[in-house]
Design a protein around this ligand. Structure first.
Ligand code: CMP
Length: 140
């Protein structure tokens, strides 16, 4: 089915100047960028976005990292977009990510892991709504 998923290019990948290379991988896999914005997240925004992880030991480092520089947030649309995007990203820990994935190629650590992607249909809905009011999403 045609799905939408939320993608974030994290501060490490923005700093490495690989935004275009990551966008090319999305496009090459048939995923369409239907909304996008560059922003510097506030602490409150990052904490709200990652609220499900608030009890985890890595929460503070995760939030500190996500506000350490600008990010690019986009909605990707396409056939099987959620799983396709996760395949392109590779495993959360770049040391475990398969060769040729975004994280294997551009990420340095489990915190500085280049990209975020929604993990399921329900989270995709919540995550898209968090960053994009419906009116700013263009599907064509
Ligand atoms: P992301 O997909 O953005 O979702 C939560 C982030 O927490 C994850 O990528 C990692 O960058 C970060 N993180 C740090 N430590 C861990 C861990 N042990 N397990 C999962 N995520 C972690």
């Amino acid at each position: 089915a045609i799905e939408r998923t939320l993608s974030i290019i994290k501060p490490d990948a923005v700093a490495k100047n690989v935004i275009g290379q990551i966008y090319s991988r999305f496009e090459g896999a048939g995923l369409k960028i239907i909304a996008a914005r560059m922003t510097q997240l506030s602490r409150a925004e990052a904490e709200g976005f990652y609220a499900v992880h608030s009890a985890r030991p890595f929460f503070k480092d995760l939030v500190d990292f996500m506000i350490s520089g600008p990010v690019i947030i986009q909605v990707l649309e396409g056939e099987n977009a959620i799983a396709k995007h996760r395949d392109l990203m590779g495993a959360t820990d770049p040391k475990k990510a398969e060769k040729g994935t975004i994280r294997a190629d551009f990420a340095d650590s489990i915190d500085a892991n280049a990209v975020h992607g929604s993990d399921a249909e329900e989270t995709a809905k919540v995550e898209i709504a968090y960053y994009f009011p419906a009116l700013n999403v263009y599907s064509r």
